[in-house]
Unconditional design. Structure first.
Lengths: 453, 453
């Protein structure tokens, strides 16, 4: 047995039926040419039969799970791989809609704490011949970004490679081009929180000041909306891809960053969705946006710092171009606040932005009566090139994040070789017709293209 | 809100991740002639669109579920039928094996206490063209037998009937022949426990005496076996049908009851399974068998009494014919004990036999250090004639019961028009290779046929 760091046990302690603390991801693959009926079954059998499992995927809370188990890890040496890796299929007519329904169910159920905290589902039966893999991992063992990295590390740029391991396998993945290097915001933020007590009070004070300043630059505090309510345990999941090229064009015409375009697209969709629900507040929505920041130190240590920026989404603004402009300025202002802060202070400031997400029990954190932001929108880099897994081309990576009380909707997207893949998670009770968000996102992108032409 | 009777809340209080307190059932159907690809989807849509839900299926524990909710029922007036009734399909190659894997998973996960405590899964993709329905219901709202009755009540003897409702629908089922009238042992036993405190001490004393006597008639106390261990939350489910005709022949040749033959078949299979696992105890296994008893009063009130009989399975006996003989005598002895007892006393005696199954917190119940029996084997009457549901012929009804600590295996079967359908539930951690039981059952039946020819 092994003591659990507080950053791990935090997620076990916070978990309840209404608050599953796992992150998930849905991957779509095209079968290779000439693949037969039993292609997915064969891959599955090979994995199950040959796999030596990594220690990380054998970790489980110690027994009894409700007391000791929240503080100690133990190792499951009799791992029942059949239990963790499962096969499913889609009912007729096998559209993406049926896939999303199935994913919604899986994403809304708790992992079994008596076993290592992960599950992988192979899904057949898509009418277009593709297949899908949905994976869920408890946040106590892997954050979303690390989980994505584990998964993408198994991919190859070689379509003929047939020795790609599964994420849980001990077998090493092939070395790949250095171009692909996903960040690990959440891991760093978690580390910051874990080491919180060790920080000198002066560093805390400086970060606190920057935090107050950032909140003052926003036109108003985030309004209370239908997204900021207590949540239930069931989930809805929606996912869709859009061509990266569209985003690049808008970015170029409007002189913004690619992430600004993504945020403006989300803002437009949220505005339309809230109008449809007769729930659009007068004040603009505020998003919490994890973002890469190149601090003055960055050149020296060659690394990046990650900040959690509060962004004014300008959902009160009917004009898409002006909305994009406001978002661009808000993001630039947010980044400016991080300038001149040491990496430790950047970390602290980010941790404070993340804090109301449920981390408030951490000592020194502030409690708010109003939400400091309405939702989290994260943009996670995916593989930059076309990649394959045992010959099957990766055709989509849709992250499924976790929700907390007061945060009933989450948008996380990956930027891949030639597309942007959106994964949207909503509380089943409080966010009706989540699938409509996909339509609104599509409209918002078209409007932006038109407005910046 | 409505106070919950203690017989309901008992099952909520006893429930934990390791001890899901729902019962389930898997039904197989043959599609009607000329049914298209979207036959199951169409049935599903019709049900979802038209259904008015019965109050029983809208009951959920009051909020907050962990304190008040274990004592009060409330009504969910915004029932999300889409959440409760789900569609799935089998992965390639779509055998019964894949169906059982899926059912095992569903049977091993907890129901969401924030919603009415039931789920129904429509399953397509069986390679032989049949489809399946798996239903799970919390024991707090329906016991297994009542759940089965709810389901079979929706069936029709008319293959052309297309107006069969779903079990949760308010729409009344068609009246059917009186020949089919399933018993409700568990409900009665539950009632007995609930009213326990109200019984006069003399009735308790008489039943207690009969209980002691019954235990003395057994050659030994039930041995400790691998079936009698603490359990985990995950399950394995196995199911198969055998022709009723085979059982009838053996019954006739050996001069036993049909249930004796069923018990002898289970005994043979258990013996082979335990030998294979190198875990056969020297002493014979004891089964708890719910059985119909015609008491002297029965003629007067026209009703049946149900008893819980402890049966010596003679698993130490290699000869199938002698095993059957021992079982026949043991069951006859057990029934004799109930003679002369009033229906209330019969109920009490049964309740005491059931008590160690986890009902020991009920006052007046005895605690045992050794199991009074090794497993429960129940035989539940199903429809006696060929029945249809919206044109689809019922081709199997496999009950999936609940397990408790010390009871890691359960066998429940239904006797139908022309077959006996076995449903076997095992704890995934402690009962390896549960599917082997099906093979052993098949061998045991063949051996009995041969031995009694």
């Amino acid at each position: 047995m092994q003591m659990m760091p507080v950053t791990d046990s935090m997620f076990l302690l916070m978990e309840s039926r209404e608050h599953p603390m796992h992150v998930g991801g849905l991957q779509l693959f095209k079968k290779p040419e000439g693949a037969g009926e039993d292609y997915v079954h064969t891959i599955y059998r090979n994995l199950i039969d040959s796999a030596e499992v990594r220690p990380l995927f054998k970790k489980r809370p110690a027994a009894p799970v409700n007391s000791l188990g929240q503080w100690m890890w133990s190792t499951d040496n009799r791992l029942d791989l059949d239990y963790h890796v499962r096969r499913s299929a889609l009912p007729n007519p096998g559209r993406i809609r049926e896939l999303l329904e199935l994913t919604s169910r899986w994403h809304g159920s708790l992992l079994d704490r008596h076993r290592p905290l992960w599950e992988t589902h192979f899904v057949e039966g898509l009418s277009d011949g593709r297949f899908a893999i949905y994976t869920k991992v408890h946040h106590a063992i892997l954050d979303g970004i690390s989980a994505l990295r584990h998964m993408t590390n198994t991919l190859s740029e070689d379509p003929t490679a047939r020795d790609c391991p599964a994420p849980w396998e001990l077998r090493a993945a092939r070395p790949r081009s250095a171009a692909f290097n996903p960040l690990s915001f959440a891991r760093s933020a978690g580390r910051a929180l874990g080491e919180f007590a060790a920080f000198p009070p002066t560093a805390l004070r400086a970060a606190n000041q920057a935090f107050r300043e950032q909140r003052l630059t926003l036109p108003l505090q985030a309004p209370k909306t239908m997204l900021n309510v207590p949540i239930g345990g069931a989930r809805r999941f929606a996912a869709q891809s859009w061509p990266l090229e569209s985003f690049r064009k808008i970015k170029k015409s409007a002189g913004t960053t690619l992430n600004d375009v993504v945020l403006a697209m989300c803002a437009g969709a949220l505005r339309d969705y809230l109008i449809e629900q007769r729930a659009l507040p007068d004040a603009p929505l505020t998003a919490m946006v994890p973002a890469t920041l190149r601090t003055p130190d960055a050149a020296e240590d060659g690394g990046n710092s990650i900040g959690a920026i509060l962004c004014n989404l300008a959902t009160n603004e009917p004009d898409p171009a002006r909305r994009l402009e406001t978002i661009k300025n808000s993001m630039a202002d947010g980044k400016k606040l991080f300038e001149g802060l040491s990496p430790v202070q950047v970390m602290l400031l980010s941790a404070m932005n993340v804090a109301p997400l449920g981390l408030s029990p951490v000592p020194g954190m502030v409690n708010y009566t109003r939400p400091p932001f309405n939702l989290v929108i994260s943009n996670v880099p995916g593989p930059r090139t076309t990649t394959y897994w045992n010959g099957a081309e990766l055709d989509g990576v849709y992250p499924a994040s976790l929700l907390m009380d007061g945060q009933a909707l989450n948008i996380t997207l990956t930027t891949r070789a030639d597309s942007v893949d959106f994964g949207i998670v909503g509380c089943r009770q409080s966010i009706p017709h989540l699938q409509r968000m996909l339509l609104h996102l599509d409209t918002a992108l078209t409007e932006l293209e038109f407005a910046t032409r």
